[in-house]
Design a protein around this ligand. Structure first.
Ligand SMILES: C[S@@+](CC[C@H](N)C(=O)[O-])C[C@H]1O[C@@H](n2cnc3c(N)ncnc32)[C@H](O)[C@@H]1O
Length: 386
């Protein structure tokens, strides 16, 4: 078994070499949108070590964080999509990768006419710690003995709190392309906590990575070539989605899954997958007499807060769930019912979200509702086929 810290340094060593010259063994070919590649210098494009394209889900004006940004290709594509009002931050731990990305950033900025990308040095499982700032301070007070080691540890903690590399609740979309598998197993849980921490409420993660169809056996995990080549550290497909679920995300879905494996090693298939997951289901639940109907096509659904709903039935939900369902990725699956008389949030009572009770239409309309109308000439437009 490769030791924990050795694993990280062999990743750094291999990608330091990969930053200087292209290594085709680290690359799973991806069709990026050619229009965005035109402004990106060739050395960045040829040192592409991605396996998917998370930029396809970005929107104008958003703030993006790219984990393991390498030579910067995903950041430079994202810069064009989010435009001058948006912002892109790339984080990588390998100096040689940061050097190429930072050297090319002004070239891209000049070509697109604005500057909205920056690259920061950090470990993606510890996004609060600014490694360059820590380096600067340690040069002034180097570690020479146990006392200075303890002081350095305290300094790192202070930097995390006072000058975080990436602040909490500051990012609209965390993207990553073929990097999460490189984080050593004991830090993977912390990695998901960090992705969650930096996202704004309502933000999302769009992550492309290599996953396996079976558990990777212990002996393959000891192989540095397979480890650094995005193989041995891969999550299983189920484990990858489960990690987002355990991390508190909701609305988790596979956006793209390659039918063909990128590599097969000892009968285990490794392929690229892109997933999307949202932050924002946490918080208090209040009763505002809202209701929803799940439209189908499945007979029933279970959401990430354990609300189970049968197709076609009208359910009571709390204000928080109601508003989550009104947004992506859920909105197309539900019909929404506001109460006839608004129940202001400030006066709303707590809602017990551990249950998903049915809601009678009279609860939305009011028990005294007794209206009779003539036929409405504006209804029944025939709809459209989706
Ligand atoms: C497979 S490459 C992908 C690079 C880039 N995303 C792309 O699409 O070309 C992995 C990158 O992640 C960086 N990396 C690996 N583990 C990391 C970690 N724990 N923290 C920060 N960067 C890491 C490496 O230095 C390398 O640049």
């Amino acid at each position: 078994m490769i030791e924990r810290h050795r694993r990280e340094s062999i990743v750094r060593e291999r990608y330091a070499v990969g930053a200087k010259s292209a290594d085709t063994r680290l690359c799973c070919p991806v069709d990026y949108e050619s229009a965005y590649l035109k402004v990106i210098p060739q050395e960045v494009i040829e040192r592409d070590y991605g396996c998917g394209d998370p930029t396809r889900c970005l929107r104008e004006g958003e703030t993006i964080l790219d984990l393991g940004s390498g030579t910067g290709k995903i950041c430079f594509i994202a810069a064009q999509i989010v435009g001058p009002k948006g912002k892109v931050i790339g984080v990588d731990m390998t100096d040689e990768m940061l050097e190429v990305a930072r050297r090319n950033a002004p070239i891209v900025a000049e070509r697109i006419g604005y500057e909205n990308v920056e690259f920061r040095k950090g470990r993606i499982q510890d996004l609060a710690l600014d490694l360059e700032e820590l380096d600067r301070q340690l040069k002034r007070s180097p570690i020479t003995n146990a006392t200075s080691f303890v002081a350095a540890d305290a300094l790192a903690e202070e930097l995390r709190v006072k000058h975080p590399l990436v602040a909490s609740d500051s990012i609209d979309v965390v993207v990553s392309n073929c990097v999460l598998n490189l984080v050593e197993p004991k830090s993977k849980r912390q990695l998901f906590e960090e992705i969650f921490r930096v996202l704004k409420k309502g933000g999302r993660a769009v992550i492309a990575d290599i996953v396996s169809d079976e558990e990777v056996p212990e002996e393959m995990q000891s192989d540095p070539e397979l480890w650094t080549g995005c193989i041995s550290g891969a999550f299983t497909e189920e484990g990858f989605l489960g990690a987002f679920e355990r991390g508190g995300f909701y609305g988790i879905q596979i956006l793209k899954r390659d039918a063909q494996p990128w590599r097969t090693v000892r009968g285990i298939e490794f392929r690229s997958i892109t997933i999307e997951a949202f932050k924002g289901k946490q918080g208090a639940c209040f009763e505002r007499n809202q209701a929803v109907i799940y439209r189908g096509p499945f007979k029933e659904v279970l959401d990430d807060d354990n609300h189970r709903m049968e197709r076609g039935k009208r359910y009571a939900v709390c204000d928080k769930t109601y508003n989550l369902y009104k947004k992506a990725p859920y909105r197309d699956f539900f019909e929404f019912f506001d109460p006839l008389v608004d129940a202001p949030l400030a006066e709303a009572k707590p809602f017990d979200c551990s249950r998903t009770p049915l809601r009678h239409p009279k609860e939305s309309k009011g028990q005294d509702y007794n209206l009779t109308t003539e036929a409405n000439s504006e209804c029944c437009d025939g709809g459209s086929c989706r």
